[in-house]
Design a protein around this ligand. Sequence first.
Ligand code: SF4
Length: 166
Amino acid sequence: MAYNFSNYHAFIANVDRRAEALEELHKTHMKCKKGCDLCCMNYQIFPVEYFAIEQALKVKAAETMESTNGSCVFLKNHYCQIYESRPFICRTHGLPLLFMNDEQWELSVCELNFTEFDDEEFSEENTLLQDKFNSELFLLNKQFIADNKLNFSEFDLLEMKDLHRD
Ligand code: SF4
């Protein structure tokens, strides 16, 4: 079945714009580089992301690996095999993330990147507001499920490791 991913791709473009702006803002602290895979785990993702990756795999065959110790099936020799099609969560790797947890604001920061940064200096302006993007993704996934009459609830998540192909 051919799905329409235009809303999802617009969302991803928006995420990338914000991520690039934050990378530029924090460039003196960001140590992320090719070959660093500490963030690459077997994530659970919404169906819209799962099927978008599945479709991308039909266009550009990517080798998948067995998930060992919870690693991502797309990680090979420390490199992402689907970098252009990676899901939302992977596009936030390494950035300072601000989100609500148990009614309290929480900050998630890569310890390799922000070694000399005072936590007090983080604000809404220089962090990625993860709840905002998560809410947008939740809603567009809900619409995707409805539009395509898929047998999922809006809360269902799929495992990236199930995209593994022998
Ligand atoms: S999709 Fe790519 S960036 Fe995301 S966890 Fe897997 S290997 Fe890492």
